[in-house]
Design a protein. Structure first.
Length: 530
């Protein structure tokens, strides 16, 4: 759905960012701005600044910043559209949408009505089954667990519900085939699946019949449900995940529900699929440690290996827990072993160590060739990690695993600068970029003097080149009271210094490599012309 840009800007001008953020963060007046402790990282000394006049926020501790919509996106785990609509609802503002907005359907009424129907149909025998699995009546109610009966009974409900049949079919609640129209879910315990905002987007049904091989059946993918992106239980877990900086991924819905029941409220589950890249944006919210807690059988170990590889390659921190083969959190909690479950969940193996150990286990390291192949795989994996600093930490572990000297575990020579955080101090590059933002003529001056590669903050620089820059990009500078736009002569001098530093660094790299004399001389000439 598209919100017209003009409408969004009008809304932004009609609200006060301080009023909205102060609903979530305690702010105190500090000069021209407001200050408080950042809600996005733990701190005791306030470094989170909100500007009423500029309608932006910025944290000098962790670097987050933006406008009122960005704040709600990050704080409430909303999409951009949800954040805009949330603000509009607060101030009773009527948004204007693109012309195709009317074609976007809202399935909430159908899904909420059907969920309530399933809940009303739950039988005493279903309650007894759920009780035998360890669920209390309070838990059954809280998770809106229900029952889908026989197909003819459901068709009668749908016919009398006055719900739009096109939406029912699009969501796959009813299907059509050679035998006519029939219910997708029949004679199954029903679990509603919610998105991160707590809205029902689909269902998962568990059959109680022993002869049914597919124990769980999920809703078909639709405009609101994508099983490769959804995390079951995230809507209930997100506040705890954000507060504790910790998230547990388990295999099944009952695992999630029972873990929440015993106080482990950071548990979620993938929805009938392995962990995918589509899950990562949601998992990254709040930057928690991620623990994969899977069954210790062959399938569970393989899923843990793939998941740990994916997470580590994308810079996540965390670990892996493998439950005793044939057991899972739900079965152990039902047996009264919740303390044992909690101990297992807190004794996880670091995910990078887990991947390395699995890589070694794939080879016959008792032979020289097998050990050499395992070493190559381990080094290849470590070299592919996004941080050389982190990769170097595991050289000793690989040495121990394979029984080889550390000198044999040679990683690639990448260089990664560690970020420096200086509260309240704008870097020279930020001042230069901000000067270009305030004085568009300086963009042409910068192009004439410096290479594009000079600029570390490429996103801001590119936005300036394309005339797409926004105040939020310069929040860390805008919130400084002593920052001034450079004059053209000051700007030229500063950019020349920056370009010269870049060219000297380039020359050093060329000299250290295999570059020829002519190539190095060209760089020398460019330095001389500055």
């Amino acid at each position: 759905m598209g919100i017209q840009p003009e409408s969004k800007e009008q809304l932004k001008e009609s609200v006060d960012i301080v009023d909205i953020i102060s609903d979530h963060v305690e702010l105190k007046k500090a000069g021209a701005n407001f200050k408080g402790c950042c809600p996005f990282h733990g701190e005791k000394t306030p470094s989170f600044v909100v500007s009423e006049s500029k309608q932006i926020y910025h944290c000098f501790g962790c670097g987050v910043g933006g406008d009122v919509f960005k704040f709600l996106q990050e704080f409430n785990k909303m999409s951009f559209v949800e954040a805009v609509e949330d603000v509009a609802g607060r101030v009773n503002f009527t948004l204007q949408y693109d012309s195709n907005h009317g074609s976007v359907k809202d399935f909430s009424r159908v899904l909420d009505t059907v969920s309530a129907y399933y809940v009303s149909e739950i039988r005493d025998s279903d309650r007894e089954y759920l009780k035998s699995r360890g669920l209390t009546a309070k838990t059954v109610k809280a998770w809106q667990i229900g029952w889908a009966g026989r197909s003819p009974e459901q068709k009668k409900f749908f016919d009398s519900s006055l719900l739009p049949m096109d939406e029912i079919l699009e969501l796959g609640l009813l299907r059509t085939g050679e035998r006519g129209t029939y219910a997708q879910f029949t004679e199954r315990i029903m679990f509603p699946i919610c998105n991160h905002m707590g809205k029902i987007v689909g269902f998962s049904g568990r059959s109680l019949k022993a002869e049914i091989k597919a124990k769980y059946l999920n809703s078909i993918d639709s405009a609101v449900f994508n099983k490769s992106r959804i995390l079951f239980g995230y809507d209930k877990a997100k506040e705890h995940v954000y507060k504790k900086k910790f998230l547990i991924i388990v295999e099944g819905q009952l695992d999630v529900i029972l873990l929440h029941q015993v106080g482990v409220q950071t548990a979620v589950a993938t929805q009938g699929t392995a962990l995918t890249e589509q899950h990562l944006p949601q998992l990254r919210k709040g930057e928690p440690k991620i623990v994969l807690a899977y069954d210790g059988d062959k399938a569970g170990r393989a899923a843990a290996y793939k998941g740990a590889w994916l997470l580590s390659m994308n810079g996540f921190d965390g670990g892996v827990v493998l439950f005793p083969e044939g057991q899972d959190p739900a079965s152990m909690i039902a047996e009264g072993r919740e303390d044992e479950v909690k101990r297992l969940l807190t004794s996880w193996t670091d995910m990078i160590r887990f991947v390395l150990k699995e890589l070694v286990a794939m080879h016959n390291v008792r032979s020289a060739h097998g050990k050499n192949d395992a070493l190559k795989e381990c080094v290849k994996y470590l070299n592919a990690l996004p941080s050389e600093l982190i990769a170097q930490e595991y050289v000793g572990y690989v040495s121990e695993l394979l029984g080889v000297g550390m000198q044999h575990v040679q990683l690639g020579g990448r260089v990664q600068a560690l970020p420096e955080v200086q509260m309240g101090v704008a870097s020279m590059e930020q001042v230069l970029l901000y000067s270009m933002y305030e004085n568009k003529r300086l963009v042409d001056v910068a192009i004439d003097i410096a290479d594009d590669e000079v600029w570390q903050e490429q996103k801001c620089y590119r936005a300036l080149l394309e005339n797409k820059s926004t105040p939020e990009m310069f929040a860390s500078v805008l919130l400084q009271t002593d920052v001034q736009v450079l004059s053209e002569s000051q700007f030229k001098d500063a950019v020349r210094i920056k370009q010269k530093s870049y060219l000297k660094s380039l020359k050093s790299k060329l000299q250290a490599g295999s570059a020829g004399f002519d190539e190095i001389q060209k760089v020398n000439d460019r330095i001389g012309r500055l």
